[in-house]
Ligand binder design. Structure first.
Ligand code: ADP
Ligand code: MG
Ligand code: MG
Length: 249
């Protein structure tokens, strides 16, 4: 059974069709790239899968269990994690504090960010480990707001990994980062997939990154899924090429 499946997914807002009849299944351990012009519905698709928005049609299943109307925290508990297109870190909190909050939310129990950090604390242990996984051990006490764009993206991934997700949705993880940070971010995402065994869906406009990483590419256009196929097949598809004609990717 697929790690993630959507069936006939649709969203209408005030008479406008934002998403229509999107159906696909993602196998456990698969990595899917999601491409499409701005406004195609990529982020909306992630919002419906992660529970930030509810669809007006269709269903979402995680490991064969329907979660279409489950609250966000229940989906997270079931192993679904995501990052957002824009940063959602607490800028005044340190890297360690940001990641520890996510680890503590996963572990449960009461927690104060004001408490002095102790090395034996389980949430701190997890946070240090995922911060090390993204190569930012040297920045533990830096305020998140003082990091470079690329470093913020890495902390966002550390926050995500602290919840130990099985299925992750990455919304433009490289958007706006300096080109020098792209290789290390790519390596982090590859490790999430290969070493942790996460199932990954990633919206990304860096086509060289997408094509070098993913098993299949989903193409969104005007709220519909145009194609879901191997990178080679998708790039050779005339329908995909015409959808991109004259539009920024
Ligand atoms: P993408 O991520 O592919 O750039 P989005 O999913 O952000 O596209 O947006 C798809 C379309 O849906 C856009 O036309 C956007 O303006 C519209 N849209 C997204 N969310 C809402 C909303 N909450 N209310 C109205 N329109 C929305
Ligand atoms: Mg957009
Ligand atoms: Mg988007």
């Amino acid at each position: 059974r697929p790690a993630l499946a959507v069936d006939g997914l649709g969203l209408q807002i005030g008479g406008a069709r934002i998403l229509q009849d999107v159906s696909f299944a993602v196998g456990a351990g698969e990595m899917i790239g999601v491409i499409g012009p701005n406004g195609a519905g990529k982020t909306t698709l992630f919002n419906l899968i992660s529970g930030v928005m509810r669809p007006t049609e269709g269903s979402v299943s995680l490991n064969g269990r329907e979660i279409t109307s489950a609250p966000v925290h229940r989906r997270a508990k079931a192993g679904l994690g995501r990052t957002f297109q824009t940063s959602n870190l607490f800028p005044r909190l340190s890297v360690l504090e940001n990641v520890r909050l996510a680890a503590q939310a996963k572990i449960g129990g009461s927690f104060s960010i004001l408490r002095f950090p102790s090395a034996s604390d389980e949430a701190t242990r997890i946070a240090r480990s995922t911060i090390s996984e993204v190569g930012l051990t040297g920045q533990l006490t830096t305020a998140a707001g003082d990091l470079s764009h690329g470093e913020k993206r890495k902390v966002e991934i550390a926050v995500l990994l602290a919840t130990d997700p099985a299925v992750v949705l990455l919304d433009e993880p490289m958007a706006g980062v300096a080109s020098g940070d792209v290789p290390s971010l790519t390596a982090i995402i590859r490790g999430m997939h290969r070493d942790r065994g996460c199932t990954v869906m990633m919206v990304e406009h860096h086509m060289d990154v997408v094509l070098g990483l993913v098993d299949r590419v989903a193409v969104m256009h005007h709220g519909s899924l145009l194609a879901l196929d191997s990178p080679d097949a998708v790039m050779a598809d005339p329908i995909v090429q015409s959808a991109y004609l004259g539009e920024p990717v």
